[in-house]
Design a binder for this molecule. Structure first.
Ligand SMILES: NC(=O)c1ccc[n+]([C@@H]2O[C@H](COP(=O)([O-])OP(=O)(O)OC[C@H]3O[C@@H](n4cnc5c(N)ncnc54)[C@H](OP(=O)(O)O)[C@@H]3O)[C@@H](O)[C@H]2O)c1
Length: 275
């Protein structure tokens, strides 16, 4: 179990998802502190027993680990604000920001600062997150272990050995819950047009999504075989899949994932240029 004190900078969607995941996993609220520039978002966390503050420095002062969960455009300014306290207290720094490189953070905080880049996703909030992690050379084995334990309290986590692969994690996991939400929205909408009521349409589509994912997890059978198992020649599934294929669904998904990667690369340039 995690013994360290964790300080969350930014009380937005992603940090909240990680905090919810940690609390559900049994981490003591008294080990967690969170800061946000505007006060109202902090009420949710104060109600759950966390230390809260509108001062990032105050939270950093009581933390062994800092989880930076502000938007990429704000991240380096926040790092600048925490530079002195990081030099003194030497916390492990975990950034969840898309598109901000560890080198950019280290240029502000110092090259000997242990920095982990984590790319989690919002299902972390219910312990079903999927995250990629990258550690700089300044991160010790014990700190790697700690970072993984923190993120794994909210789901699964994999290490990548090159930082550029974090962009691939963004494409397949960080941004990807939204892909599935979009697909579900369309399916629920179309099922209603086909005559089902909204509640039944949603229940059926969501359970099918969940069931398909659980089926994949429960077996060694590869994805193509599972797909073939529901695709009788000349049947309804084959008709739907042939239509997807004719409309270029495969290419559409690949292009979308590349768009996510390209946007992450642009954001790194913006974060550097914005200072
Ligand atoms: N959302 C996702 O699914 C997801 C997935 C993976 C990674 N990420 C990464 O997670 C980070 C946060 O994303 P998000 O979706 O959680 O954004 P968000 O909901 O907008 O949260 C950002 C939070 O940071 C606060 N903030 C901004 N500047 C601050 C400062 N100087 N000091 C303290 N707090 C400050 C904001 O406060 P105010 O509301 O007062 O402005 C806001 O609550 C991003 O870097 C993103 O790339 C997000």
């Amino acid at each position: 179990m995690i013994q360290a004190k964790l300080g969350f900078i930014g009380a937005g969607n992603m940090n909240r998802a990680i905090i919810d995941g940690l609390l559900s996993a049994g981490v003591n609220a008294q080990q967690l502190a969170v800061s946000n520039r505007s006060a109202p978002k902090l009420d949710y966390f104060a109600d759950r027993g966390l230390t809260t503050s509108t001062s990032n420095a105050e939270v950093a002062a009581v933390s062994d680990v800092l989880i930076l969960g502000v938007k990429p455009a704000q991240l380096l300014d926040v790092a600048q604000e925490l530079k002195t306290i990081c030099a003194t207290n030497k916390p492990l720094v975990i950034s969840v920001a898309a598109g901000v490189l560890t080198q950019q953070i280290a240029e502000v905080l110092g090259v000997d600062t242990p920095i982990v880049r984590a790319m989690p996703n919002t299902p972390s909030t219910i312990g079903e997150g999927a995250a990629g992690l990258f550690a700089t050379a300044a991160v010790s084995d014990a700190q790697r272990e700690l970072a993984k334990t923190i993120i794994e309290a909210c789901g699964i986590a994999v290490w990548v050995e090159q930082e550029s692969l974090i962009d691939a994690v963004i494409a397949v996991a960080g941004s990807a819950p939204a892909y599935f939400f979009t697909i579900l929205e369309t399916m629920v909408d179309e099922a209603q047009k086909l005559g089902l009521n909204a509640a039944d349409a949603k229940a059926l589509a969501v359970q099918t999504c969940l069931g398909a994912a659980r089926l994949v997890q429960s077996t060694e059978t590869d994805l193509a075989t599972l797909r073939n198992n529901v695709t009788s020649p000349g049947g309804t599934t084959q008709a739907a899949l042939a239509s997807f294929s004719a409309s270029g669904l495969d290419e559409t998904l690949r292009t979308g994932m590349h768009a996510a990667v390209m946007r992450a690369q642009e954001m790194a340039a913006e974060a550097a240029g914005g200072r």
